[in-house]
Write a protein that binds this ligand. Structure first.
Ligand SMILES: Cc1cc2nc3c(=O)[nH]c(=O)nc-3n(C[C@H](O)[C@H](O)[C@H](O)COP(=O)(O)OP(=O)(O)OC[C@H]3O[C@@H](n4cnc5c(N)ncnc54)[C@H](O)[C@@H]3O)c2cc1C
Length: 380
């Protein structure tokens, strides 16, 4: 069989890694179209750097015009319809027929699902939200700050804890920490359920810094008139600054495609194949028991790429996707910890922890720069 026409929807962690691997394997013989509505990619963790003013927004945008991989054609278009039966994709410009279709469209946010969030609070999960906070945070000098999650699953489970620790540093540097309270509301009983050691280290860090941890609760709504957050058990928490993680859901175009069940696209966890022949789903959009994080999207994309290489070029099929990856955790003070989590190979998820250090902060920076080089040909 000849080389397939591959259409990859979404140029995030999953789509970028998949396109890169297939280009390396097939070179100019590849016929791959990579579609994204945006003109650039931003790492999730860069949003923390942007909101706290550690990095200007321009510096974290990685332009798709830099993708010059043999056989990969990037198209900046909005996907408006997906027909998984016919493997046909419609965009605001044209339509595409695929032999192999990979849906890597990530998760979108449903701000309206948390009444009062847009009016009285802020979110830090989108680039727009992180940029807006650059003018909001400097005005916060005293009062109660709450970092709260509206529902699980949400991207990068350590991120709200990181935001709380970095907010502590930010307020300390500005000399106003003593006039501020910080609370963190999470839907889990501990910050990182698969890794007790990571959770213990984070709980100790919160205690040392006077950050109040509210476990096992979700934020249901905000009352803009009374400036209170209302939790799922009815409890009210007054706030002066609310930094929220909105409800996550698949992008509208995915919901409308009829591919979802229980909100996400069901896949075979070992192969990432959907029930539609020739159609795969990788990353946050997939309904699979791994964390919604870039490193897992990347790992899933590698398995799909290896299996397509085996199918169309010959060779061994890859072992089933193990759902194992390393996540870096910002502890503040320029120190970063690392949790290595294996979600799928044992009977239950397991994580091991390396405590925060400057060496791991350098390793995290290297993680980012290696992807900038690999996906975008950028040297720093
Ligand atoms: C604050 C924060 C910190 C994070 N920190 C980390 C971290 O340290 N490590 C880590 O691994 N992960 C981290 N993440 C999570 C990570 O960013 C995501 O899990 C990851 O990007 C998911 O990859 P993906 O390929 O599934 O989707 P995405 O990277 O979200 O890519 C999906 C793409 O689809 C495109 N798209 C969607 N709808 C359409 C449409 N209709 N038409 C065209 N294009 C469309 C989007 O523009 C997007 O580029 C963090 C996230 C946040 C918010």
């Amino acid at each position: 069989m000849g080389n397939p026409r591959v259409v990859v929807l979404g140029a995030g962690f999953g789509g970028l890694e998949l396109s890169t691997m297939l280009s390396e394997a097939f070179g100019e013989r590849l016929d791959l179209t990579l579609i994204d509505r945006n003109d650039s990619f931003v790492f999730g963790f860069s949003k923390l750097d942007v909101m706290f003013g550690r990095t200007p927004p321009e510096a974290v945008r990685l332009p798709y015009s830099r993708i010059v991989r043999p056989g990969v054609h990037f198209r900046q278009e909005k996907i408006t319809a997906i027909d998984p039966h016919r493997r046909q994709v419609t965009t605001d410009r044209t339509s595409y027929d695929a032999d192999v279709l990979v849906v890597a469209l990530g998760a979108d946010y449903d701000l309206a699902a948390t009444p009062g969030l847009s009016e009285a609070g802020h979110e830090f999960y989108s680039v727009r939200g992180a940029v807006a906070l650059r003018t909001v945070l400097p005005q916060f000098k005293k009062g109660r700050a709450i970092i709260g999650v509206a529902s699980a699953p949400f991207k990068c489970p350590p991120a709200p804890s990181e935001a709380a620790l970095l907010l502590h540093d930010y307020l300390t540097t500005r000399g106003v920490r003593k006039d501020c309270e910080i609370s963190l509301v999470l839907p889990f009983q501990v910050p990182i359920p698969p890794s007790p050691a990571t959770s213990r280290a984070l709980l100790a860090a919160f205690a040392e810094r006077g950050i109040t941890f509210v476990p096992g609760r979700e934020v249901r709504s905000l009352d803009p008139a009374r400036h209170v957050v209302i939790l799922d058990d009815g409890r009210e928490m007054p706030f002066d600054l609310f930094l929220g993680v909105p409800v996550h859901r698949v992008p509208d175009v995915v919901a409308e495609s009829g591919m979802t069940e229980d909100g996400w696209i069901p896949v075979d966890p070992g192969t990432l194949a959907t029930k539609f022949p020739g159609v795969y789903a990788v990353g946050d959009v997939a309904g699979i028991e791994v964390a919604k994080a870039g490193v897992f999207a990347e790992g899933a994309a590698r398995v799909v790429a290896q299996s397509l290489i085996a199918e169309f070029k010959g060779g061994e099929k890859p072992p089933p996707y193990a759902g194992a990856a390393s996540c870096y955790v910002e502890f503040g003070g320029a120190r970063v910890g690392r949790v290595d989590v294996d979600f799928l190979s044992g009977p239950s998820p397991k994580g091991t922890f390396q405590g925060p250090s400057e060496a791991l902060a350098r390793e995290k920076a290297e993680f980012g720069s290696s992807r900038r080089a690999r996906w975008f040909g950028l040297s720093s």
